[in-house]
Design a protein around this ligand. Sequence first.
Ligand SMILES: Cc1cc2nc3c(=O)[nH]c(=O)nc-3n(C[C@H](O)[C@H](O)[C@H](O)COP(=O)(O)OP(=O)(O)OC[C@H]3O[C@@H](n4cnc5c(N)ncnc54)[C@H](O)[C@@H]3O)c2cc1C
Ligand SMILES: *[C@@H]1O[C@H](CO)[C@@H](O)[C@H](O)[C@H]1NC(C)=O
Ligand SMILES: *[C@@H]1O[C@H](CO)[C@@H](O)[C@H](O)[C@H]1NC(C)=O
Ligand SMILES: *[C@@H]1O[C@H](CO)[C@@H](O)[C@H](O)[C@H]1NC(C)=O
Ligand SMILES: *[C@@H]1O[C@H](CO)[C@@H](O)[C@H](O)[C@H]1NC(C)=O
Ligand SMILES: *[C@@H]1O[C@H](CO)[C@@H](O)[C@H](O)[C@H]1NC(C)=O
Length: 526
Amino acid sequence: MEILLIFYLLLISVSFTTSQSQTDPETLLRCLIKEGSNPQNFLAEVTYIPSNSSFTTVLRRRIPNLRFDKPTTRKPIAIITPTSPSQISPALSCARSLPLQVRIRSGGHDFEGLSYTSTEPFFLIDLFNFNSVDVNLTEGTAWVDAGATLGELYYKIAEKSNVLGFPAGLCTTLGVGGHVSGGGYGTMMRKYGLSVDNVVGSRFVDSNGNTYFDRMSMGEELFWAVRGGGAASFGLVLGYKVRLVPVPEKVTVFSVKRTVGEGAVDLIMKWQNFSHTTDRNMFVRLTLTLVNGTKPGEKMVLATFIGMYLGRSDKTLNVMNRDFPELKLKKTDCTEMRWIDSVLFWAGYPIGTPTSVLLQTTVTNKMFHKRKSDYVKRPISRTDLGLIFKKLVEVEKVRMVLNPYGGRMGEIPSSRTPFPHRGGNLFNIEYLISWSEAGDNVEKAYLASVNEMYKFMTPYVSSNPREAFFNYRDLDIGSGVNSTYEQGKIYGAKYFKDNYERLVDIKTKFDEINFWRNEQSIPVRK
Ligand SMILES: Cc1cc2nc3c(=O)[nH]c(=O)nc-3n(C[C@H](O)[C@H](O)[C@H](O)COP(=O)(O)OP(=O)(O)OC[C@H]3O[C@@H](n4cnc5c(N)ncnc54)[C@H](O)[C@@H]3O)c2cc1C
Ligand SMILES: *[C@@H]1O[C@H](CO)[C@@H](O)[C@H](O)[C@H]1NC(C)=O
Ligand SMILES: *[C@@H]1O[C@H](CO)[C@@H](O)[C@H](O)[C@H]1NC(C)=O
Ligand SMILES: *[C@@H]1O[C@H](CO)[C@@H](O)[C@H](O)[C@H]1NC(C)=O
Ligand SMILES: *[C@@H]1O[C@H](CO)[C@@H](O)[C@H](O)[C@H]1NC(C)=O
Ligand SMILES: *[C@@H]1O[C@H](CO)[C@@H](O)[C@H](O)[C@H]1NC(C)=O
């Protein structure tokens, strides 16, 4: 493969001084015009400042979380929407010289809004124009741009082949840039691991504006870091080369609901043992939600077992009857479909929805969201499950999603990628709370509910550190913009365990000035 390494030399001799002009959009625009390569206004044409009429529309397009879409939310002074990699380096030069912080946005799904808000003056590099997906059937690979959504990736793969897929997330509007650089799990992780376990190349821009067009020029250290360590601490990912994985022509999905009255507790006891040990073609997620009880005003927990088997329904029934007969899965519970249709099923679309919805790249029903995460290494006892159910009814608004590990996840060493939660984990818990009423007091109440549930779960989940999934970004577990090594370790050890050390080393080597910083970035070792 051809190695191409382009150095953009810094041409800055004039500095844009005066403190009040630091946050002035016109000053940034002048810098961009000056730094930009030919034609001179190439970069200005893709830059929106607040006086451009579409600034707000462009800003809000990829803000799915209303928690960070308020009048009080800190806005960027400009949004740069590059159409060519050559526009990025000059934009970074201006960020360094003015100086301004930079936030990078791909899909915009960051749960704490870190891709489009900042406490320091900043501009946004929004990658939505970088959305091409090139599938190479001969190689069984695809180059996918960071600003493409998972839906676009899945659609483009299925357009070319009905026996290839990619293991990545369930929500189809997630951006490749944030999702893959933070790990990326989905329904095929028990068979193929995470998205990052199937990344074979990357294109990348570092803090000096050096652009690397492949893994070899970028080097193994940075390549390791951007596969789960959160690329935003290290630079800007232009795209990833991914290895596609075989999928059968038909997969089988099912969804079985049971309330406590219908034996949910026994089923969950069995699920805790079954879900991580069974055939790795099988993925059975468990969701816990509340439904009305039999008496007026009463609430009870509903357990939903949502499954997919990478194979046909007769095989699905064989595996389920062998490993989880208590669920009493029936042929009529099962639906066979193409893998691409299962993507729609998991994203919550009704069966029969045309796959073209995968090309809708923005969220239309925006809500307020908060997420937290945990890892479970020991089965939770029947008594404790009862207590957890009681608590869920008490806090009322929180849902829990439990995703089984095991299979391929348990075979990959914890240090192969920055994502450390491998062997020894039974399942991951995602705590979800979403609401649609605006207001600070409403928000406080919702956040308090999810924190109460999270606190209650302490004895049942991992400890020292209490592990968390980086893609479920949660600033409550520790944060700070210019963290020291010790401060960074508070959240870094939870997200990355021992891999934190190596991430700090790589950060120190490649971004000594801490140019790429956010509330949970990797600090420089001092
Ligand atoms: C509804 C929903 C469902 C989800 N389901 C799953 C799931 O099934 N599996 C899973 O693993 N996760 C899931 N997640 C979490 C998701 O993977 C993360 O939120 C992920 O960061 C989203 O990527 P993004 O590009 O959309 O986010 P963004 O908000 O654009 O970015 C997230 C972070 O990455 C940085 N970043 C983005 N692009 C780049 C780039 N090109 N270069 C460098 N840094 C970059 C941003 O600056 C920010 O810090 C879900 C999230 C939501 C909201
Ligand atoms: C926004 O306005 C500036 C200055 O008026 C202009 O140079 C730039 O091209 C405009 N941006 C877009 C995307 O039209
Ligand atoms: C696909 O990959 C093969 C093998 O590396 C290469 O020879 C071919 O040029 C690629 N095709 C396209 C369309 O890029
Ligand atoms: C869990 O499952 C394994 C294998 O199916 C079995 O050997 C073991 O006894 C089970 N443990 C419990 C606690 O049910
Ligand atoms: C549940 O009960 C409440 C009243 O307690 C009622 O408003 C609501 O519609 C019920 N929901 C369902 C799904 O029946
Ligand atoms: C972080 O450090 C930089 C460089 O020292 C400084 O300019 C900036 O103000 C700091 N930011 C915060 C939020 O402390």
